[in-house]
Structures are given as structure tokens and as C-alpha cells.
Design a protein around this ligand. Sequence first.
Ligand SMILES: Nc1ncnc2c1ncn2[C@@H]1O[C@H](COP(=O)(O)OP(=O)(O)OP(=O)(O)O)[C@@H](O)[C@H]1O
Ligand SMILES: [Mg+2]
Length: 287
Amino acid sequence: MNKKGGVGKTTISLYLSQSLSEQGEKVLYVDTDPGSSASKVLGFAENELAKICTIADVLFPSTDVPLKDAIIERKDLPKRKDLRKRKDLPNDWGFDFIPSEKGLNGWEQSWDPGKEYKIQEKINQLNTQTNTKYDSVVFDSAPNFGYLSTATLIASNGVLAVTTPDWLSSEVLSGFLRTQSQVEARYKLNTKIVYVVINAFDSRTTHHHEVCKGIETIVSNLIEWNKENGIQQNIRIHDEIIPSRIRIADAMSCGVPLKEYPDKTGRDLCAIFSNLAEKIAQEIRKK
Ligand SMILES: Nc1ncnc2c1ncn2[C@@H]1O[C@H](COP(=O)(O)OP(=O)(O)OP(=O)(O)O)[C@@H](O)[C@H]1O
Ligand SMILES: [Mg+2]
């Protein structure tokens, strides 16, 4: 999550989910962004999304579809092609998936009292309605903070606040973290793990090193502010910093997991996401 666009929320959530699956977890990935980037990366065109069952059909009271009916199983994800569209690439991300579509935008303004609890209720229903038990549900969020983000937070045990190491993103991150703390306090969400994940870091760029130090200050100031306001929160900067690598963007463009990327440099990047997934899974299971 983050209020800032283009910092890598979708990229990290997809590769994280793929790594969690590879580590043996049964994962459900839910696109909650009306922009539907993850749905598009996974091979669904905008006009198709308007025709199939999405998270919008689950959340709007007029449709109120059970979550289980919106799930697309991993084996049914569309086939993918390489960047030049010449050959088929493997498309097994390892997780089941719920797509989103632009109609979800209207949910923010819709009248439905208590809708902040809707995602949590639907997840709880899922556990009683199917024999499939998911170990993890990963949500991808839109770059803002409204009812959808609040509903996602209420349904979650942990938050990844993804940022890039530039000054403007760190300013927005600071505002996001404070809003997120307030929401936790207001809804009594019982201390989640909040990891700040720094993405697209370039070790040769002095500004990136400076901003990383600035992010440490933002986090320690927030910890102080939380204490002053009686908010308990377990917030940390994740020590796995994701480098800026063109292979990451290329693999996203083809919609294939990095482990399937046709060159070794791409596949080597998988280790970063595996480490991230392993540490996050350990922390969340501790709670
Ligand atoms: N570490 C990285 N190295 C290189 N490119 C990256 C990296 N992380 C993300 N990208 C690229 O940056 C672009 C934006 O990433 P992404 O869509 O994941 O951001 P986002 O925060 O989800 O954006 P939005 O707010 O629009 O949903 C994409 O083209 C993606 O492939
Ligand atoms: Mg996104």
C-alpha cells in the first residue's frame, strides 16, 4: 500500500505472492485497485474484465457475489507471450487470483453502511464456504487512501508500505504511514506489522542513500508520534531493499514470474523476493 503511484506496489505484491506459493503456501492474490494493473499483468484486457466476475461484484451490495465465485484458479490464468509476442511463456504464478475492474471506483462513493468491514466479512465467509484453505491472502491496493484501503487494512494482518527512495515518494510515505496509524487506532486493529519496503534502489545514486536515511527518520518520528498518541504499532523498514532492475519491469510487461524469465540475470532476482517473502511470512505467523 501507499498513496503514491508507480512505486512498485503491484510488482512487489505479485512477486511476493509468487514466492510465498513457491515456499509451499496456498496463496490468494486479490486485485483491489480499480486501475486493475495486476489483472492486466496477469493477462486480462480491460474489455474482458468488464465481462467477468471481479472484486467489484463481490463488494457492491447490488451483486454481493461470494468471494469463492470470483476466484480464478492458477491453472486458468491466460497464456502469456514474450515481449516480441513470438513465443509462449510459462504463466504459472502459483496463486489463485481475483481480478478487479474500473467499475470498482464507484464503490468508494456508494452508500453501504459498515462497508469498511466488507472484505473481512467476505474472507471469513470464504473460510466456511470452501474446502480450499488459503495460508495467505495478498491484496494489491490503489495509490490512495479511501474506503477500499481501509477495508483492506481491516482484513489484513500485515501491511507492506512500498516506496521508492526519492524525496517526493518519501514525503508521501510519511503522510501514508500517519494515516495508516490513525486508521489502526480508530478501528482498534490490534497492532499489525507494518513493513516499509524500499523498491527500485540504485546504489550508485547518492540521493537514494540520503533518502533511505530520511526514511529511517520518518519511521522513528512515527514511532514517537504513535507513543504520544497511545497507538501501538509494530513498524519497521524491511532490510531486503529491492534494486532497480530492468528485468523486473520486463518480466512484468510479459506477465510472467521472474523465475520463468528467459535469462539468468532475471531469474537471479528471484532470491530477493524469496527472502522478502520468507521474512514476512515468519513475522506474520508469529502474531
Ligand atoms: N525494482 C524495480 N526495477 C525496475 N522497474 C521496476 C521495479 N519495480 C517496479 N518497476 C516498474 O515500475 C513500474 C511501476 O510499478 P508498479 O505498477 O508495480 O507500481 P504501483 O505502485 O503498483 O503503481 P500504481 O500506483 O499505478 O498502481 C512498472 O513498469 C514496473 O515494472
Ligand atoms: Mg499498482
